[in-house]
Design a binder for this molecule. Structure first.
Ligand code: AMP
Ligand code: MG
Length: 348
């Protein structure tokens, strides 16, 4: 199949959106930009269309999709009821990088929910995404638009690498703003639970609804605790190279990474190093990639997945990364980085 690319880097183009909406309505696949990462969209109410998403990504069929909506009114049609806390949280952060889990109505096929009786719903904060949802009938199932196991796409080019010839259309909206997937909060238990950290952090949620827990699998070192979001159990975002995160005070970390990279170079191996604007002058060894600035957390979150892809293309054998325990997004950034590293940490 020929994959059409629609250029909307300078904003939504009505004609292109209508065409994309038609593709969705007749059961096809369209990749589109959101504020978090690029999504791979299909009609969420059509089981055949949802199955195509799993096939295109090579995604395990028990890993549910998030249903994207553009208006609050759409929610009643797909969920059993909306708890008061969920309504408050949605009012605070929708449209935005927040996904909420509810009991599903039968209008949502099991093919979309990975066989679960619950459904994840999000209203993205991106004009192109909202336009596409409206043009496509109001309910778009969309996981990240990468091949399963690869880093999530933050640019249209990343989607093209993974999906060229496999899907009908890619809408290019330029580089995304956040770069990490949405925060997921489960409202089907007595106390709301964060299943995946994202831009909306625990403190922001607490300020709106009071009590909220973290899924044990996110905090504990015990890997036998199964995460409640099925997708969190898979090895994710994994680059081809071995990735190690080096932790400690910043001076020690820089010295350690430089030492490790030098050792690799002496053995004739290519080592990638993930650094910041602040730390780059301190390194003398390895192939350096500046992820962003510690003073601008979004620059770090936005570039993480793209850098992992760049290192894949350079065929480095090993990657060392500084740790990013930044105040607002540190939990989300470290969650993705640790998963990409298969939890390999070097402490200085
Ligand atoms: P992605 O859009 O690629 O980030 O994948 C969606 C994520 O949401 C995966 O980690 C899923 O496991 C999670 N998810 C979607 N629906 C549910 C649900 N009903 N219950 C728990 N987790 C869900
Ligand atoms: Mg994904």
């Amino acid at each position: 199949m020929k994959t059409v690319i629609e250029d909307m880097r300078t904003g939504l183009r009505e004609e292109g959106i209508q065409q994309a909406g038609e593709i969705i309505k007749r059961g096809g696949l369209v990749a589109f930009p959101t504020e978090t990462v690029y999504g791979l969209g299909a009609n969420a109410l059509d089981p055949e269309a949802s199955r195509k998403i799993y096939a295109a990504k090579g995604r395990p069929s028990d890993n549910p999709l998030i249903v994207h909506i553009a208006e609050w009114e759409a929610l009643d049609f797909i969920v059993q009821d909306i708890p008061e806390a969920a309504r408050k949280l949605g009012e605070a952060f929708w449209p935005g990088p927040l996904t909420m889990i509810f009991a599903r109505r039968e209008t949502v096929p099991l093919a979309t929910t990975g066989g679960l009786e619950t459904v994840a719903v999000r209203m993205p904060d991106h004009p192109v995404a909202l336009g596409l949802i409206r043009a496509g009938g109001g309910y778009i199932a969309a996981p990240s638009a990468n091949t399963s196991g690869r880093p999530s796409p933050t640019r249209a080019q990343h989607v093209l690498e993974d999906m060229d010839g496999v899907i009908d259309m890619i809408i290019d909206g330029g580089e995304v703003g956040i770069g990490l997937e949405s925060t997921i909060v489960d409202f089907t238990e007595d106390v709301p639970v964060i299943l995946r950290p994202g831009y909306i952090n625990q403190e922001m949620i607490q300020r709106v609804i009071g009590e909220v827990e973290m899924d044990q699998a996110l905090i504990g070192e015990d890997s036998s605790v199964r995460p409640k979001a099925p997708g969190m159990k898979y090895r994710h975002y994994a680059p081809k190279a071995q990735l190690y995160i080096v932790e400690g005070n910043q001076e020690d970390v820089r010295r350690k990474i430089d030492e490790l990279a030098e050792r690799e170079e002496r053995q004739g191996r290519k080592a990638g190093v993930i650094v910041t604007e602040e730390s780059v002058p301190f390194y003398r060894h390895g192939i350096l990639k500046v992820i962003g600035s510690r003073g601008d957390e979004l620059s770090i979150s936005r570039h993480l997945f793209g850098i992992l892809r760049e290192f894949d293309e350079m065929d480095v054998q090993v990657i060392y990364s500084e740790a990013f325990h930044t105040p607002h997004m540190g939990q989300a950034i470290m969650n993705r980085l640790l998963k990409a590293a298969g939890h390999q940490i070097i402490k200085t």
